[in-house]
Structure formats: C-alpha cells, structure tokens
Design a binder for this molecule. Structure first.
Ligand code: 5FU
Length: 267
C-alpha cells in the first residue's frame, strides 16, 4: 500500500487523468466519490451541485435514468453534469463495467445513446474478456482525441464475487499492458505494486454504519478501506443519498476518508 501523499503521486502518476485526480484530491482534501444512484436526472444535478465541494469524483449509472422529466435529453443532462464537474472541480466516472470483446466495447463506449466516452473522464471494465477490452476502449478515446482513463475490476464488494486473489493478480498483469490508459482498479485492497508503479484503487461498499443491504452488498468503514487496506478513493452511495441531510453526510464521509488517509501516510 502507498504511504506516499496524493500530492506527490499527482506529480508522477503515469496516466493524465490519474495526475488530475490526485492533484484535485490534495487541493480539495477529499478522497470521496459519491455514487449518484438516483433515477431522476434533475435530482442528480441538484445533489451534485450541493455536495460538489466535498467530492473528488461523481460516479454515475446513466442507464438507470429514464429521461422522461427535465432535463429530458441525455445530451442536456451530460452537458449539465460536465458543467458541474468544471464548477466544483471533480471528475465523472461512469460505472459501466464493460465486459465484451474489444470491437463491441468500442461501439458501446463511443456510441449508442449514451456516448459515454464524450463526457465521462473515467470508466471501468471487467478483465474477463482479456486485454482486447482495454485496447478497444482506448481506441475510442484516441479517435475522439479526449483524455480518458480506465479502472479494471479486480474485486467487487459483493458477497460471493469471483474477484480478488488470483483473479486480481491476473487483472493486475493485464493492467500492466497499458499503464497510460489504465489508472487503477476497483478493488477492496491496495494491489501489489512493483517499484515505480502507482495504481489508484477506488473502493465501493463503504458505509459508516451498515454492514450490508440484504442483496449481497458488503460494507466496510472508510478507516478500514483507506488506512488498513490501502485503498485511495471511497465510493459511497446510499450512505449519502439515503440520508436526510445529504450535504452534511457527504462532509462526514469526506472527513472520515480524509482522516483515514492522513493516518495512513503518517504511519
Ligand atoms: F464495482 C462495484 C462493486 O464492486 N460494488 C459496488 O457496490 C460497483 N459498485 C457500485 O457502487 C454499485 O453499482 C453502486 O452504484 C455503488 C455502491 O452503492 P452503495 O449504495 O454505497 O451500496
């Protein structure tokens, strides 16, 4: 696990998005990614405007939004989302979990109704299909001329998932094939890092109180995942969006995540 500060890693991270992310995390003192798993587009936008100062990343599942209310079009929503990211200095992560051959993910990432590559700085992919998935996604970013980065799913948070261990080790090997595009992992712990490597680990399944959701989700505290396990970014959904005072709750998670990080780099 890394005892280096986000600030120092921001200067040397091999991916451009990684450098941007680590640097804004240090500047805003936040390692909190809010997962806006809300089906109303306008509610997502107003929530992000309110919690924007507390977060480094906003994570979306664009395919859960019906787009029947205002903003009614996908393009209108993603433009407003991008404007908020600019305004509050956070990045957008579409949690698409691509899982097909290179040629298919190219079409899914660059086109369809969502045009994910046009507005999401970060997306993620399963390693199951092999390295062609990384190559296909990267080609889209190159063809569009945009700076994008990928997280590979090495271990999920849910009970009984097949990740971790050998699977994570093989995913890490795949990531090593493109260190300029793959910025890190979705995982529950820091990955084995060789001299000169730096992987950003973003971790879902974080809650300050609950242990699970009855559908397989498993939660750990910010202290456990950041200080003890060496992860870099905490991803919090219902812990924040389900709270009465979402802004105060986001600040509570930001503080908990930041304190855990400060302890880790001091240890
Ligand atoms: F890759 C993963 C994973 O391993 N676990 C997850 O929970 C992604 N997630 C996402 O993080 C999931 O799809 C939700 O969007 C979010 C967790 O939300 P929660 O409300 O904090 O449980």
């Amino acid at each position: 696990m890394s005892s280096r500060t986000y600030e120092s890693r921001a200067r040397t991270h091999p991916t451009a998005i990684g450098r941007t992310l680590l640097s804004l995390m240090a500047a805003k003192k936040t390692n909190l990614c809010v997962s806006v798993d809300i089906t109303d587009a306008a509610t997502i936008l107003s929530l992000l405007d309110a919690v924007g100062p507390s977060i480094c990343v906003a994570k979306t599942h664009i395919d859960i939004i019906p787009f029947s209310n205002s903003p009614s079009s996908i393009a209108e929503f993603t433009a407003a989302l991008s404007a908020l990211a600019e305004k509050h200095n956070f990045l957008i992560f579409e949690d698409r979990k691509f899982a097909d051959i290179g040629s298919t993910v190219k079409a899914q990432y660059g086109g369809g109704v969502y045009n994910i590559a046009k507005w999401a700085h970060i997306t993620n992919a399963h390693s199951v299909p092999g390295p062609g998935i990384v190559a296909g996604l990267k080609e889209v970013a190159e063809e569009l001329g945009v700076t994008r980065a990928l997280l590979m799913l090495g271990e999920m948070s849910s009970k009984g998932n097949l990740g971790g261990g050998e699977y994570l080790a093989k995913t890490l090997e795949m990531a090593r094939g493109d260190t300029e595009f793959v910025m890190g992992f979705i995982a529950q712990c820091a990955v084995d890092t060789r001299e000169g490597e730096d992987w950003i680990v973003m971790t879902p399944g974080v809650d300050l109180g609950r242990k699970g959701d009855g559908l397989g989700q498993q939660y750990n505290t910010p202290d456990r995942v950041v200080r003890e396990k060496g992860c870099d970014v905490i991803i919090v959904g219902r812990g924040i969006i389900g709270a009465e005072d979402k802004v105060a709750k986001a600040e509570e998670y930001r503080k908990a995540g930041w304190e855990a990080y400060e302890k880790r780099v001091a240890e």
